[in-house]
Design a binder for this molecule. Sequence first.
Ligand code: IFG
Length: 521
Amino acid sequence: MRVPLAALLALALPLTAAPAAAAPSPAAPATTLGSVIPAPVEVRPGGPAFRLTKGTVIEAAATARTVAQRLAEALRPATGYPLPIVARAPRFTPVISLATGAVGARLGGEGYRLGVRANEVDLRANSNAGLFAGVQTLRQLLPAAIDASTPRQRRWTVPGGDIVDYPRFAYRGAMLDEARHFHSPDEIKRYIDEISRFKVNYLHLHLADDQGWRIQIDSWPRLAQVGGAPGTGVDGVGGGYLTKAQYRDLVRYAADRYITIVPEIDMPGHVNAAQVAYPELTCDGVAPPPRTDTDVGYSSLCIGKEVTYRFVEDVIRELAAMTPGPYLHIGGDEAQATTPADYLTFEKRVLPLVAKYGKTAYGWNEIAAAPAARKAVAQYWGLDTSNATLAAAVRQGTRVVMSPANLAYLDQKYNPQTPIGLDWAGYIEVRTAYDWDPGTRLSDVPAAAVLGVEAPLWSETLRKMADIEFLAFPRLAAIAELGWSRSHDWNSFRSRLGAYGPRWDAQGVNFYRSTQIDWVG
Ligand code: IFG
């Protein structure tokens, strides 16, 4: 029986015209291209959505493989898809392509270009750090359920269009106080995972204080053995310390997420734990009683004794040897038990020791009084909008990281009803944490001298991971936007934050549902 040609052509056409497995047109994407925290520089929505399917591959050159691994780890649990990482995707295969190359000097080392098409997500950057930043954005463009830890049956769409993005400030930090309460390496790693989503790139660890010493130092072994013993946290809980192996593992874990660790040993004040372990570090040679209360400003190294400087140099040397990052933080705050003249003597001898071991000195803004601080970074934690001593040091070359305690201290309560946290700097709701500019906060410090911003989380009232998360989120997201984005719009931020809530729910993050935000879901 002859089949009319027209009938044959009608049969043949669909087989030849359609590309392989053209996906049915996906439902409207669950997110919009601009709903990203921190806000990207340029967002141009348009074109068809990309749909992640079990056939999707991740294409990455060998040099971008570690970032591709991070992406695969992020997408596999909730999708259950294999998402193989390949050097070259087969033709007509839905692909997420990661590649470094010259994508424009204005993007710098952390910027990226993200293009979303029907069958391809194209992520380009000058370096892997930029690709990693782009991956964090891509994660937020997928439905919130992508952060679930077990497979969900749903469409995984990414809205079509283009994003070009790069940071305002080079230093976008978080700080975790390990001394008042010791948080385990796994808790620190979880915090690293969570802050890396907001393109934070420094994690400052406060490793010693009056209550406890939290890092192994071989040349002074009793520091960790005694200062890190059980019962050395506030209220006698939260003892412990990081071995060098654990510290190095954290440095690597953070680096794999493009976060640099900044260790801090606070001196010449906040040293009671060191003096309990080594009484020779006091002026009278008598060990002070261990302290588990939350007073500050009562301890000081003995500025006139040479053993003090052997101790300081040994600690700096060992910290520098296990810290690839550029900064060593030597504290310098609340040295009420050190005379002003002794403080200057101490900083004059100690600040140059940091440089001797190849690092840039970093300290709380009180160090600005010392002439040697002109090559250092000062972390401003004051409540005021000017600081003459810091401004004078800046004129000599000091650079500044902004951590105003009344705006960026995540250990401050949200409001009087907040069950944990402190309130000496005032209540900090989400909008308070968002509505300021790190570049102009200090009227006598020019924006050009500001390296960036950091959100400290002191741990006097923290006991577990849920406490860290409750105080850190959502305000860390606000500070992270101040560090990364040039745009600043509270209504836009509060809307994007409301849409972010389901992601913290999907991750099991114990965030604070501020009444200032319309939380989705
Ligand atoms: N100030 C102290 C911290 C901590 C903090 C709690 C600085 C630089 C109050 N110093 O902040 O040790 O106790 O909010």
